[in-house]
Design a protein around this ligand. Structure first.
Ligand SMILES: [Zn+2]
Length: 687
């Protein structure tokens, strides 16, 4: 592994099926250096050609091929790692592994559906088998063994949520001291209203058993190859809440005392629209927040089904740039199929990887410096699913954590978000239920933005006065209140004006969003209100108050869970939101971003490092941004500005300008920003 230091670390995931092995191995050795690849992660028994739980005889033969790959990679200076395609299994696809592993206990879903291949992670028969298979992997001494995202208790086709097999039901019954049937337990978990006590017992148990499972895998590997690192592919943290994952315990068990690797999911497997990158970048930030410090991050850049029919080369490049801009240490790329098609069947992909490496390296070098991403703080809590209250008829999946639309709303409106400390916190849905009264009081003493659902939680908790309300009703569909046309952002103190109308048909024109009827206290200001078809004012929609704790609170009465979407977004909304963030932060917003003449869909960031700040803008629209303006708060003066060139060099530029008034620093860049050329600026501060 004596390689020169690369910042934009390329880890390449590739399958070499045994029936086309020699040709594909030769291609790897020829092409990886051209593509700028630093590490190869061999996927074993993958996708269409997988055998279910890998048969031991097949694995023993394939191990010989792994040794051959490793030898060749050592020769060309590429690091060798392994990614078994399954751990417990992603899906059955007609395979019945009970024939390969006699006595195998497969997973059972919450609805009683039973898998044929996906194994119950606590089954001793599966554990015995997987230990034999993983010892074979470990004998090849890979740098990292990646555990797939099938190491979870949801999404194993054909089941949705599980495992509720007899082994799991026995373990649960032991914990509660009586025999419990699956149907009884599931009904208790999704009971509407106040959570049934069994939900906690179940989530605790699942969390512990999954940590025990990854601990077992790590110990199996380390008994054979102590130097091999364990890598974790995960899913969106909001979903891991549903299985009681306590990330720190889980990570400690998997790391087994060594450095841990993390592969946050970027999604966007098949290019729908550029806006999918709001999910991707958030996945990096949220997963990092969940894990302990010191974890090595390599994002998952993947297109399925692995050709330009899924993701264009440009789209893949932007995804890689997002990975490095948000501070990841590398990208794991799953860009070619697992059917044995040579990589050079599409030479454009490899050519892009090689050509973009210097630019990404220049970006990564600065973005990987220690520091903090600034913006409005979002909330995540491992225990969100413990306390979430379900409504009658809610399905199991509603246990997932709320809050995602708040992230996308803010980012889209040019208000970057963070999971780190901030002078403004934003909460949507029921996430606040997880926090203690003291923690909530702390939030109430700063800037706090709430949607209608979050305001309801605080009313229930007795904080009505502190959020400027006498009361707020449970959420009701807007149409149940009669005929309402629009939200009028009218209050001039917040930058609004009469007849600033925004559609109230959200998230799309056929929508009927839920809203809480706010009853403001006398001193509370009304920022926006509903108007009827004659433009006559009605219910308040957005309120703002200062409370006795010294905090500033804005309530936006919509339920973001069903109101955020395309009709939520418009230029008036952007003004409204940037204005309230300025007010909530007492004129000290960490960062706001705008385009001169209407740039839309920014994905921007501010990272503060020692003596300098890195600014970035991805344009997630096909119209180029004509220019970019960042509004920052800082006590320091900018000394020098630098721009990242396409060749990866940082340097001064006539396009850049900074002005300072009080604590407000405005950085402007007079250049167009198309979607495939993200913009990166360094602000070096006077010390
Ligand atoms: Zn089970």
């Amino acid at each position: 592994m004596a390689k020169k230091k690369t910042h934009a670390w390329y880890a390449f995931r590739r399958t070499l099926p045994p029936w086309r092995f020699d040709e594909l191995l030769k291609e790897l050795t020829q092409q990886l250096p051209r593509y700028g690849v630093d590490e190869v992660i061999i996927k074993v028994d993958t996708e269409e050609f997988f055998h279910g739980q890998p048969p031991l005889g097949w694995m023993k033969n394939y191990q010989k091929l792994l040794f051959r790959i490793k030898k060749e990679m050592d020769r060309i200076g590429v690091v060798f790692s392994i990614n078994p395609w399954i751990t417990v299994g992603h899906c059955d696809r007609g395979r019945d592994s009970r024939k390969i592993v006699p006595g195998l206990r497969t997973m059972v879903g919450h609805d009683g559906v039973e898998c044929m291949t996906c194994a119950c992670p606590i089954d001793p028969v599966w554990r015995k088998h997987v230990a034999k298979v993983w010892r074979l992997y470990a004998e090849t001494k890979p740098h990292v063994i990646w555990i797939e995202d099938d190491i979870r208790t949801f999404g194993h086709r054909p089941i949705q949520y599980g495992c509720f097999c007899p082994l799991h039901m026995k373990a649960f019954s032991d914990r509660v001291g009586k025999t419990v049937k699956r149907e009884e337990l599931v009904a208790a978990i999704v009971k509407p209203g106040r959570p049934h006590p069994w939900r906690k017992v179940w989530l605790d148990m699942q969390g512990e058993l999954m940590a025990d499972t990854v601990g077992f895998l790590a110990k199996t590997v380390h008994a054979v190859s102590p130097e091999t690192r364990m890598g974790l592919m995960s899913s969106n943290p909001v979903n891991h809440c549903m299985e009681g994952r306590k990330w720190r315990d889980f990570a400690a068990a998997l790391a087994d005392g060594k450095p841990l690797y993390s592969r946050p999911p970027m999604g966007n497997y098949s290019e729908g629209e550029l806006r999918g990158f709001y999910y991707s970048h958030n996945s990096i930030k949220a997963t990092r927040y969940c894990l302990p410090d010191g974890v090595i991050e390599q994002t998952e850049v993947e297109n399925v089904p692995f050709t330009k029919y899924a993701n264009s080369v440009n789209f893949t490049f932007v995804e890689m740039a997002i990975s490095f801009a948000f501070g990841s240490h590398g990208v794991t790329m799953n860009l070619f199929d697992h059917c044995g098609t040579p990589m050079q069947a599409d030479p454009e992909v490899g050519a892009m990887l090689g050509a973009k490496k210097p630019f990404l390296d220049g970006l990564a070098k600065k973005a990987q410096q220690p520091g903090s991403y600034r913006g409005v703080r979002l909330l995540h809590h491992d225990r969100s699913s413990y306390v979430k209250r379900l409504a009658k008829g809610d399905e199991y999946g509603r246990l997932a954590e709320d809050g995602y639309p708040m992230m996308q709303a803010l980012e889209t409106l040019g208000i970057p978000t963070t999971y780190e400390a901030s002078n403004v916190v934003a909460a949507a849905g029921q996430t606040l239920r997880t926090y203690s009264d003291a923690e909530i009081r702390e939030m109430l003493s700063g800037g706090l933005l709430l949607d209608g659902a979050a305001a309801r939680v605080l009313i229930e908790r007795g904080f009505a006065k502190e959020i400027g309300l006498k009361d707020a009703s449970p959420l009701v569909p807007m149409d149940s209140l009669g005929a309402w046309s629009a939200e009028e952002f009218f209050n001039a103190k917040f930058g609004g004006k009469q007849q600033n109308f925004m559609s109230s048909r959200m998230p799309g024109l056929s929508g009927n969003p839920s809203i809480s009827l706010l009853k403001p206290l006398p001193k509370t200001q009304i920022v926006s209100r509903l108007v009827d078809p004659d433009a006559k004012p009605g219910y308040p929609v957005m309120t703002a108050c200062e409370n006795s704790l010294g905090g500033r609170i804005v309530v936006h009465a919509w339920d973001f869970g069903n109101s955020f979407g395309k009709t939520f977004l418009n230029p008036i909304r952007q003004e409204q939101y940037q204005s309230i963030i300025r007010w909530l932060s007492r004129n000290k917003p960490a960062i706001l971003v705008r385009g001169d003449s209407g740039g839309v869909y920014p994905l921007a960031f501010r990272k503060d490092c020692d003596g300098e700040t890195l600014l970035g803008l991805f344009n997630l629209s096909l119209d180029p941004w004509p220019s970019v303006e960042y509004e920052l708060t800082d006590t320091r003066k900018p000394l020098r500005l630098e721009l990242l060139s396409p060749s990866g060099k940082w340097g001064a530029s006539k396009l850049l300008r900074a002005t300072k008034k009080g604590k407000q620093v405005v950085v402007r860049c007079k250049t167009t920003v198309p979607f495939d050329q993200p913009l990166f600026i360094r602000v070096i501060w006077k010390t």
